[in-house]
Ligand binder design. Sequence first.
Ligand code: ATP
Length: 231
Amino acid sequence: MSDVAAPAVLAPEPLGILGGTFDPLHYGHLRLAEEACQALGLCGVRWIPAGLPPHRAAPAASAQDRLAMVRLGIAANPLFSLDDSEVLSSQPSYSVPTLQRLRSQLGLQRPLVLLLGVDAFLGLTGWHRWRELFDLAHLAVATRPGYELAADQLEDVLAEEFRQRQCHAAAALAAVPAGRILTFRITALDISATVLRALCKAGGSGRSGASGRYLLPDSVLEYISTHKIYS
Ligand code: ATP
């Protein structure tokens, strides 16, 4: 009998998934993904810009422009990758079919961690087939200035899911492929795409003093200005 130990079967590392409209991408998004990698032990974050977001008004920038802005903003980080499937699809961008597709690509064992800010989590029950999310991925909910994850802010059905699924350590996400909820604190950046769109619009003439500078990557700002996205 051989005395060579069988190689340990390494559990696949959790992969982060960050969806959004990214209209435009800003440092709030980038810090969320960066700090999630560190705090949750993710092997990377897959960025998935929504094509036709069903839960909100149509984005101001086209899907192709939003895709281009995310591409520029994440380019320097080898842990970040871009997924253009929702943008290229003619179907509304629902998270459940997107996660089902990722599951079929990545297998049933890989822990998937859907990254959300608190504001998005508070509205989860409005998402299409939201309960099925827990069969497909964990949820990691990051702090965001202006939003509180207080129990009385959650609808009863979501509060109950939260109570049953909440875990308190990143290791719990790595242990199973899906189904847990972890909250985590990130650097508080009170930046929103809504405010940035207004700033870019007001600053279009260059005379008002309004600018998005230092709130989003220069490459993205330059793209907005070159292509006159919000002016
Ligand atoms: P808008 O102002 O147009 O609603 P947004 O700035 O909220 O846009 P989204 O693309 O809707 O950006 O957000 C994608 C995800 O990133 C969501 O889960 C959201 O909660 C999270 N997020 C966005 N900005 C921040 C921030 N400053 N801090 C923490 N999370 C954020």
